[in-house]
Design a protein around this ligand. Structure first.
Ligand code: ZN
Length: 285
C-alpha cells in the first residue's frame, strides 16, 4: 500500500495510490497520514479497504495534483550519517563504529516535488538520496529482533545539505541539514509488504539529467532494524517520526572539483519501489 498526502501546502488530505496510479481519498477514514493513523492496527485496517470504494481524486499525482510530504505532523526527523562505506570514503571519513545520528529540523520538510530554496549566502548546497524509515508504533529500547514491528513503511528523503554550514561553521552538522525546504519527503509511504526486505533497492539522483548518485541499499553499513533499535536507546520513537538512513556515493562534495546546486537546476531522484522526486532549486528569497 502506498499512502500519500495531496493538496495545497498546509491543507493536505490523506490518500492512497491505487493500482492504476490514481489517488483515492482517505479523508473519510483517517484525518491525516500521521501519528496514530500509522499504528499497525490502523495500517492493517487501511490495507483491508478496497480502493475502488474510496472517492477518486481528480488529477495526476506529481503532475497537476500536488503532493505534500507523505507523513504529516512529523515529530522528529532523525538522520544517520556516513552509513554507506563508499560515501564515507568520498567524504574522506572513516566508517563510524556506531551510527552517526543528527537532526533535521522538521520545518525543513516539504513535498517531494516542491522547490528547494538555497539559504541566503549559500555556496555549497548539496544533495543526498536516502531511504527513510517511518515509525508506526512508538517505543524505547526496542529490540532489534522486533524493530520491524515498529516500522509503518518507507519513503524517499532528499537530505539536502549545506556543506559550509554543516562542516565549516563550528558544528554541529544540524546547521547545514535543517534549513527550510531541505527535507523533501515522499512521494508515498510504502508499507513493508510492498517492498520485501528493502535491503537491496537501487537508488539514484540526477542533476539536470546528469546522473551523480547510483547506489543500492545493499551497501548500507547499519541496516534498518539496527537503526530503529539504536535510535530508540537515545530517544523515544513515536508514530510519524522519520529516520533517514544515509546516502550512497555521488554527492556534490565528493566530486573533483566539487559541484554544488545553483538557481534553476532540477534534482530528480528515486529509489526502487518508492517512486521518484523532482525539485527545482531556487535562489534565496
Ligand atoms: Zn544524509
Amino acid at each position: 500500500m502506498k499512502l500519500l498526502r495531496y493538496g495545497p501546502v498546509g491543507q493536505e488530505k490523506p490518500g492512497l495510490l491505487d493500482d492504476a496510479g490514481q489517488v483515492r481519498d482517505l479523508s473519510g477514514i483517517i484525518t491525516d497520514v500521521a501519528g496514530d493513523a500509522l499504528h499497525p492496527d490502523m495500517i492493517a485496517k487501511l490495507q483491508g479497504l478496497n480502493p475502488a470504494d474510496l472517492p477518486l481524486v481528480a488529477g495526476t499525482p506529481q503532475d497537476d495534483l500536488r503532493l505534500g510530504a507523505c507523513v504529516g505532523n512529523v515529530g522528529k526527523m532523525v538522520c544517520i550519517g556516513l552509513n554507506y562505506a563508499d560515501h564515507a570514503a568520498e567524504a574522506g571519513l572513516d566508517v563510524p563504529k556506531e551510527p552517526v545520528v543528527f537532526n533535521k529540523f522538521t520545518s525543513a520538510i516539504v513535498g517531494p516535488n516542491d522547490d528547494v530554496v538555497l539559504p541566503r549566502g549559500s555556496k555549497k548546497t548539496d544533495w543526498e538520496v536516502e531511504l527513510a524509515i517511518v515509525i508506526g508504533k512508538g517505543g524505547t529500547y526496542i529490540d532489534e529482533a522486533n524493530a520491524m514491528d515498529h516500522v509503518a513503511g518507507f519513503c524517499i528523503v532528499n537530505d539536502v545539505s549545506e556543506r559550509e554550514y554543516q562542516l565549516e561553521r563550528s558544528g554541529t552538522w544540524d546547521k547545514g541539514k535543517g534549513c527550510d525546504t531541505f527535507g523533501p519527503t515522499g512521494p508515498w509511504l510504502v508499507t513493508p509488504d510492498e517492498g520485501g526486505d528493502f535491503d537491496d533497492l537501487g537508488m539514484w539522483l540526477d542533476i539536470d539529467g546528469k546522473r551523480y548518485q547510483n547506489g543500492s541499499t545493499a551497501t548500507m553499513v547499519f541496516k534498518v532494524p539496527h537503526l530503529v533499535a539504536y535510535c530508540s536507546e537515545f530517544m523515544s520513537l513515536q508514530p510519524g517520526d522519520i529516520i533517514s538512513t544515509g546516502t550512497p556515493p555521488g554527492v556534490g562534495m565528493g566530486q573533483k572539483p566539487q559541484v554544488y546546486l545553483a538557481d534553476g537546476q532540477v534534482m530528480t531522484l528515486g529509489i526502487d519501489k518508492l517512486g521518484v522526486q523532482r525539485q527545482t532549486v531556487r535562489a534565496s528569497k
